[in-house]
Design a binder for this molecule. Structure first.
Ligand SMILES: C[S@@+](CC[C@H](N)C(=O)[O-])C[C@H]1O[C@@H](n2cnc3c(N)ncnc32)[C@H](O)[C@@H]1O
Length: 270
């Protein structure tokens, strides 16, 4: 393993922070070495300092590769079931009432490889029964182009679908393709995925529901506040914001009020 010097680690940490807002502390040396070393061997240069310099000089492929390697894409279908029970028992029934064609806009921010967005689609189907005529759009965004490509494909390994889904759910929502599992077409057509940085996101109309789970933990206080300002500005007046179970956000956003439903926490504008 090529070890990273203290100076190189600082240089890389500053660079990753400027691109993503992710804070790499000195104790993340193992992560830098483990994840960036494969890029060294692809490169004609051989040190981390030179790798960083090439990316900074405008090598976009390398920039993307560094972001993909450093960001943690851990996710699964139905990650934290309580959140999806909140959607199926409260938020969706109250929103749609008897009008199943009411338009709804959902944003899965920092969506990783798409499992969260597709899970929302599965829950939606359990409430609305047929997806054909619904006017729901689920937008997934992530800074990692690798993750967004995977989300767009909607094709998963057996090990990925076994995490979080029962056999019945696998049969219901996936088609087997050469030993892999593709999300059903009608479910995929509800979802769109794009590369977008939460710290400088593209302009878009506000959403009814925003899920931004398990990403704030990687940011410092300043970035948390910036992201929460964006999320609150993108929430419709009665909209719902969902964050990760361990993420506490009220001190970063006085505009939000916390609510509970059967052990699941959600936020709304005051
Ligand atoms: C641990 S995953 C969480 C995935 C999903 N939300 C969940 O809870 O299962 C964190 C994701 O945040 C993305 N991410 C990190 N920094 C980001 C940024 N500045 N803008 C957008 N996405 C970011 C990473 O690429 C990664 O896919």
């Amino acid at each position: 393993m090529t070890s990273v010097s203290d100076d190189e680690l600082r240089m890389l940490a500053d660079y990753v922070y400027s691109l993503t807002g992710i804070q790499l502390d000195a104790d993340k040396r193992y992560l830098v070495e483990g994840r960036l070393e494969p890029l060294l061997s692809d490169s004609p240069r051989s040190t981390y300092a030179e790798l960083c310099a090439r990316a900074k000089a405008g090598d976009h492929r390398l920039q993307r590769a560094i972001v993909d390697a450093i960001s943690t894409h851990e996710t699964s279908f139905f990650r934290d079931r309580k959140v999806f029970e909140l959607l199926s028992h409260k938020i969706f029934p109250e929103f749609f009432g008897t009008d199943t064609k009411r338009p709804m806009s959902i944003w899965s921010a920092a969506c990783s490889t798409g499992q969260e967005a597709y899970t929302v689609g599965m829950v939606l189907e359990s409430i609305l029964f047929k997806l054909e005529d619904v006017r729901v759009r689920i937008l997934g965004t992530d800074i990692s182009s690798f993750a967004v490509d995977a989300a767009n494909r909607g094709l998963y390994l057996k090990s990925e679908i076994e995490r979080g889904l029962s056999n019945r759910e696998v049969e219901k929502y996936f088609t087997e393709v050469k030993g892999m599992y593709r999300v059903r077409d009608d479910l995929r057509s509800l979802c769109q995925f794009r590369v977008d940085n939460l710290l400088s996101p593209a302009a878009r109309a506000p959403h009814d529901i925003i899920l931004c789970r398990n990403v704030l933990i990687y940011f410092g206080d300043k970035e948390k506040k910036t992201v929460l300002d964006t999320l609150t500005a993108r929430l419709k007046p009665d909209g719902i914001l969902l964050v990760g179970a361990t993420e506490s956000i009220l001190r970063f956003s006085p505009k939000l009020v916390r609510r509970d439903f059967r052990g699941a926490v959600y936020y709304q504008l005051r």
